[in-house]
Design a protein around this ligand. Sequence first.
Ligand SMILES: [Fe+2]
Length: 557
Amino acid sequence: MTFVQNPSPTPVLSDRLRERLVSLGIAIAAVGSDGRLMPLDDMSPIERLIIKAPAFIATVRRHWSQISQCSGEAVRVWPGVWLVPMPTARRRRVVTKNQLMAVAMLFDHDLLDSEHLHLLCDQQELDLKATLARIDRDSLMTRSEVDRMAKSLGWMKQDSVELDRRVFELQTMSQQLAESYEELSLMYKLSSNMMVNQTPVNFLDEACTELQQVVGLRWLSLQIVDQELGLGELAGSIFEAGDSPVSTEALKRIGVELIEQIRADPKTQVLDKLDERKIENLTTLGDHLLIVPLVRGEKLFGMIFGAEKLDNSHISSIDSKLCSSLASTMSIFLQNAMLFEDMQGMFMGTLHALTSSIDAKDSYTHGHSERVAQVSRALADAVGLDAHTCDRIYIAGLLHDVGKIGVPESVLCKPGRLTVAEFELIKQHPEIGARILKDIQQMNDLIPGVLYHHERWDGNGYPHRLAGESIDLFGRILGLADAFDAMSTNRTYRRALKHQDVIDEIVRCSGTQFDPTLVDLFLKLDFEPFFDLVLTHQASHKGHDPISTGSLESDSS
Ligand SMILES: [Fe+2]
């Protein structure tokens, strides 16, 4: 007789419990409704002899209904032979006809006097005495021992099933945690990148790369098509990560057609049967395509799409969910970025209008604030300040003379020398400026620049006669840029100096009026942008005043 292998997709007994029963010397087998026992581990010759016997198989078959009830009690199937059912489920349940279940075989002393065993030996032409001698008498139990062992096995089985269940739950939880970690980690990275000073192009480029790597796609693309949502330069752009099987142009064309196809029903989906989509070269992208629409409000403005997992697995619902979450994050970021750009544009426009109106009080200083802002930013950059600080010092440059609003125009525009009293009025403009900015929280960091741009390195400036590095760096930078522009352009009281004369004067005043370290850096600046700006201001102010620089005069000569 041959024994078939367990056909059940799930084991009838866990490895852990099987090993424990074997170590206790208990024979275990799988049994079905046909009464045949299939050993789950080694069995002794006597045990094998018994379970192969047709009479034994027949009696087990007759007891199947009792065994399959899984009552937890031992079932006496032959004189001296007991089967203890060990159901796979935690709770008792009836095993159906086609299922297998695990049983433990227990033996009592009746086995020695069993006529069935004697008959079996005759049939098999075995020597009865020798056969009985091979039975381990110590393993034979009493009836009460069988009952106690059946109970113990039942508890052991219950504990084992409970343990397996918890291990499974732990593994499931670990897997979910790992997936959640990846999702959270990606979202955290993207959130960190969602700073307002991060450009949308950089953000989308990085997001595309991160997503491709986390999801594990061979390639991934992000495409933006809609030009009606105020996305500016982003409209029509495409971002790629990984190894796309087609050129960027081809990918872009395919993407545009796909977006049109999903426009009526934009939802995250994995497309198959790509040949039915009637898009040229679509099937070259892969067998299955993950599509994630980018939606703002109710409008579709783009799409993330990609194909082929690097580990050749299927694109799962978790992958889709992750991409979908990211698409929502991207939409929010883009919406905020556009709003920020609008606000920033409005802010800078207002700022330029304000500074122009200040400069307009004195026609000789037309464009002065913008030029000071530009030179200050270049010098701040040369100092090694970060981009954000350089942007802030540009704004401080635009506003450095905002306090002149409080100085009478007759004094500001007075040709010739000022009286002491008039100069005292002029000297108030840094403090007036600081007071104006004091109530605007977003501009508090600019106040030192505005307040101290007329202080001198040697302590002979105003308003506080600070000296050296006690003067805020913004103030020192703005002061140098201010003096440079003042000397380089016409004033009511003198003509512009030639560029070389301006440079010589700045060098001469290094260590007295100006911070010598800043002067060294200043001398290395490229002044072409400054002169270009002067030309722009001249062109916009033609016919109003003689803005000119000594440099331009000398250059043209
Ligand atoms: Fe000033």
